[in-house]
Design a binder for this molecule. Sequence first.
Ligand code: FMN
Length: 410
Amino acid sequence: MRLSEALAMLRVARPPAPYGAVRLARCNSIEDVARVARRRLPLGARAYLDGGGEGEYTLRRNRAAFDSLEFLPRQPREVSEVDTGTTVLGERIPLPIVLSPVGAPRMFHHEGELAVARAARHAGLPYGLSTLATTAVEDVAAQTGTPLWFQLYIWGDRGVIREAVARAKAAGFRALLFSLDTTVRSKREREKRAGLELPAPDLRVTTLLEGALHPGWSWHFMTSPAISFPNIGPPDQRSLSVMPAMFDGTVSWRDLDWIRELWDGPILAKGVLRPEEAVAAAEHGLDGVIVSNHGGRQLDHLPATIDVLPGIVDAAGDRLEVLVDSGFRRGSDIAAALALGARAVLIGRAHLYGLAAAGEAGVRHCIDILAHELRMTMQLCGARTIAELEPSLLRHRGPADPWIAAAGHG
Ligand SMILES: Cc1cc2nc3c(=O)[nH]c(=O)nc-3n(C[C@H](O)[C@H](O)[C@H](O)COP(=O)(O)O)c2cc1C
């Protein structure tokens, strides 16, 4: 080979791109982004992001369940044109993805929900703002122009909820998500071990050490306004101290009837795991359900949502839209849920890792990864549209063959 040919094969080094862009460019999967996020966050924030309830069985089960699923592709099929678009609550969106509600996302990046909402708008996807958002509903609506849904936690003082719903309505929010699974808050052992004891985090030597080891995060955390919850209660009661009183175990279906009277737009019940709850949701006049175990953060020893999804889709029939979340990290996970009848998938940690890694650009990158993977999975399965993702494309892998397991190949 001549020297000129060898030189032509060498890539010319490019000038360095901004720090976040370099980190993101090397991330090809959500797990890659998660690794960057974990390096950026101190222990307490990592525990809040990655942790689950008690022994974290549900958290592990959420991922393990996808390992039991296999695709049976239809091939060869002409799939050069693929449409990943769908309709959710009457609105056409380019991907079957909604960004999950998350309390206090400013724990992960100082721009918090504004960064997430901007990334959602860029992708044309809805974003569910949490009752425990750290930015006011009016500001998120005015500054981002995203299709917004509002997630509701209900607790003792119903007047606070009435006011929050009225504000969300006035700000132009399109749908309500009513969370059923947080009547009381679960025991988060990983958070406790990290000293993240709510409402007053423990200040330990390790807290200070972790702060020093993550100067970028610490700088923004210390120079930004203190975390508060501007969508609930009077201004002097919007700090972390409200949390214990919030989840007082008094929620019932009567509250859903009450909310149905307050809100004339779509309402989804979030946290449904039993078919009869989907039936009840329809009878109470709701528009849909979200099959969810809260990302493994509430009751431990729950089933993975992908396993209970088909029964709930059957029970819902055409009376309700069925969405699903908990454990979705790949486009193929999303394709599997759609094949089993879900209309769309909510992503929690799969957007939070991006937020923690690089703010709005990080969330955008995560959406791009999932969009690419979903499109590729559809093509390799021979599905040109979301409607062509149907149950026969999937099979549940039975228990491992005992001979293979004994030989160490299982
Ligand atoms: C850090 C964190 C905070 C959350 N806060 C809320 C919340 O305020 N309201 C709510 O309904 N769900 C909340 N969730 C649950 C998510 O909406 C969603 O159900 C869950 O994250 C889905 O699982 P995944 O993270 O595996 O995608 C939270 C999840 C995380 C990771």
